[in-house]
Write a protein that binds this ligand. Sequence first.
Ligand code: SF4
Ligand code: SF4
Length: 491
Amino acid sequence: MSHIKDARKAQAAGLDEKNLYASRVRVYPRAVHGMARTFKWGVLAFCLTLYYSAAWIRWDRGPGHPNQALLLDLSNRRFYLFSIEFWPQDIYFLTGALILGAISLFLVTSLVGRVWCAYACPQTVWTDLFMWVERRIEGDRNERMKRDAGPVTFDKVWRKLAKHAVWLGVAFWTGGAWIMYFADAPTVTREFWRGTAPAPVYIFTFIFSAFAYVFAGWAREQVCTYMCPWPRFQASMLDEESITVTYQGWRGEPRGHGRRDPAAVKKLGDCVDCNACVNVCPTGIDIRDGSQLECINCGLCVDACNEIMVKTGQPEWLITWDSLARQKAKAEGKFERFHFLRPRTLIYVGALIAAVSVMGIALARRTHVDLAVQHDRAPLFVTTRDGTLRNAYTIKISNKTLADTEFTLDISGLAGGAMEVAESVTGRATRLTLPVEADSIGTYRVLVYGRPDHLKDGSQELDFLLRSLRTGETARYQSVFMGPGSSAARP
Ligand code: SF4
Ligand code: SF4
């Protein structure tokens, strides 16, 4: 039995009311080769390449505009995603994206367990990277355990120092790469090394680097087991038909060392109790104990066991990906199919289709113009010398395109109404033409004139209609025109 299992059992036995704190049992995962490991390396390489390089992808938006494909420009309150530019008003797209991500995660978990945790979660990816560095410098499991248990030697010290130096380098690279998504990557990199970058760049690089170093280097599996909420509620997405990493106990038990002699009185199962599956596990658990909260479903124990099965001349896949329902059937000598179409997966698929449709329609119908109108509160209206009523409004026109644009502004609902821009010399007109600079908000104070005899109960609904002369896109804002006797004007 491995030292981890012994220690865990001792912990469980020793946790009495006087000793509620259990110190960490260090996990020394052994290197392993196989299908799951190869796939895990592939996903890791893809994720890291994407993360470290995506901020450097250029996207020409014309002069005066950022040419970074992915940019969260907090100071100007814009998010650029290739050709799409999101304004603060588009925050609901972020909400939609989060909902889409959550439903997708629910669906995938209900089908194939914690594959997100196993392969694509940043904590998993960077922990794997840090473990790889550790193995290159300090050796594999046995070497590391022996050295850690031994006295302080020059060999031990330089290896530890080298490991932490590389870890800190990777953490710094990781933290620094995150900053690139919030500022122009080449510019901020230049400024960073020249010492001329703004203070928050240095502060946040330090904070993100520290998180990467502590979480991936030191905390590792403890983040998944104790800090992450996902393992706690992912159980509610799993059922008997979900495919998870499973030890085929019906085939492996009774476990034991020794020859598999068909003539022996005591027949042994396929598990040779070698602990290879435990020794490679990044969370230090024994999959043979059944489904556990700590299991991230990575399948490294599958690879380890397959190696052993080949060596002992037995069929592979003693540990495999399977559903509990199929395992129960197999234990009884029956065959059971995978069931992917189940009420819960169908509900998730339905919710996903609905969310994708809503997001797609919202994105397709998204315009590059917004109109906001605010009626002056004091005074609500002015009666001019010729008896006409005048209301004042602050008009805000959002030009979300990257070109200077002229807009026409019309009003409807006010018979005989006219407008003029306050403090302009153009005079009253039924239609105004208002220019707004590219990628900005144009603000105008507009005076609207109307006859009091057209008002009902002292007020009248009034629609402002905006139209881009360049793209033809329109926006409408419903407001009100007020006069004597309106409810808002009463004391
Ligand atoms: S038990 Fe197997 S699948 Fe689960 S975390 Fe450990 S190695 Fe990965
Ligand atoms: S690796 Fe396979 S044979 Fe070895 S202990 Fe684990 S389940 Fe048994």
